[in-house]
Design a protein around this ligand. Structure first.
Ligand SMILES: [Zn+2]
Length: 253
């Protein structure tokens, strides 16, 4: 989780949540936004199609996105836009329902075109993070909805191409009269991700991560965005505050 950061520096930050096997439990946070232009879901989690062996291996617990949405009173068929920070299995796994049909039949699937190319490409290091067979089932819809570079895909809904964590990674910013909500995908997973130099070992382009985190986080701090962390289980909503040559995440939840 901490890449090149020495254990002596990160250990105290996770002392109360480190599992006995030295792993950390990750939440799979999905964000639902109601905008005047449409209903937007950011991320879809692991979904319902991972087999028992892999679920056990990864100790997957909890409800998938479709039952969670329904419990919260939202019909998945009313989602207009699914924005994905990237296509790793723990973010794009919920694009299909348990039977393999489109989970959000009306929605545009908005990931970066470049991310589709990395996800379905032949590089063995990259392949380990994607479920290629699953992605091929949604490839056509994915390519139809794909975005090339930064773009406003609905009024107030801005996708910002970043790269870094994965080749075609993007951030999502939703602007409204009360302010902006920023979701930076796996560039900002946990409170300690607020330091642009702290990048996990599974970022494929770590130097890009450092650079893009610096500029993105500066904008979020200056414009006082509400920031939602992608994998923080306890207090995922907060703000980024400038702190010397880095930033600090201050929780609001
Ligand atoms: Zn992730």
């Amino acid at each position: 989780m901490f890449g090149p950061v020495p254990r002596t520096m990160w250990e105290r930050l996770v002392a109360d949540e480190l599992n006995p096997d030295a792993t950390l439990t990750q939440a799979l946070n999905c964000l639902l936004a109601e905008t005047p232009a449409g209903r937007v879901l950011v991320e879809t989690g692991i979904g319902e199609r991972m087999d028992e062996r892999h679920r056990a291996q990864r100790t997957v617990r909890g409800e998938a996105i479709l039952p969670t949405l329904r419990t919260a009173g939202f019909d998945p068929a009313t989602v207009d836009l699914v924005a994905l920070s990237h296509l790793h299995f723990d973010h794009a796994g919920g694009l299909l329902d348990a039977a393999g049909a489109a989970a959000f039949p009306r929605a545009r699937i908005a990931a970066q075109r470049a991310e589709w190319e990395f996800a379905l490409g032949g590089n063995p290091r990259l392949q380990a993070s994607y479920e290629q067979d699953e992605l091929r089932l949604v490839e056509q819809a994915g390519l139809e909805g794909a975005v090339q570079g930064s773009a406003e895909v609905l009024p107030g809904v801005e996708l910002i191409q970043t790269g870094g964590h994965s080749g075609g990674h993007q951030a999502v910013a939703i602007h409204g009269p009360a302010g902006t909500v920023g979701f930076f995908g796996d560039l900002c997973m946990r409170p300690w991700s607020a330091n642009p130099r702290w990048v996990p070992s599974f970022d494929d382009f770590p130097l890009t991560s450092v650079e893009v985190k610096g500029s993105l986080f500066r904008r979020a701090a200056e414009e006082r965005w509400t920031v939602v962390l992608s994998h923080e289980p306890r207090r995922p909503v907060g703000r980024l505050v400038a702190d010397r040559d880095r930033f600090r995440f201050e929780s609001l939840s």
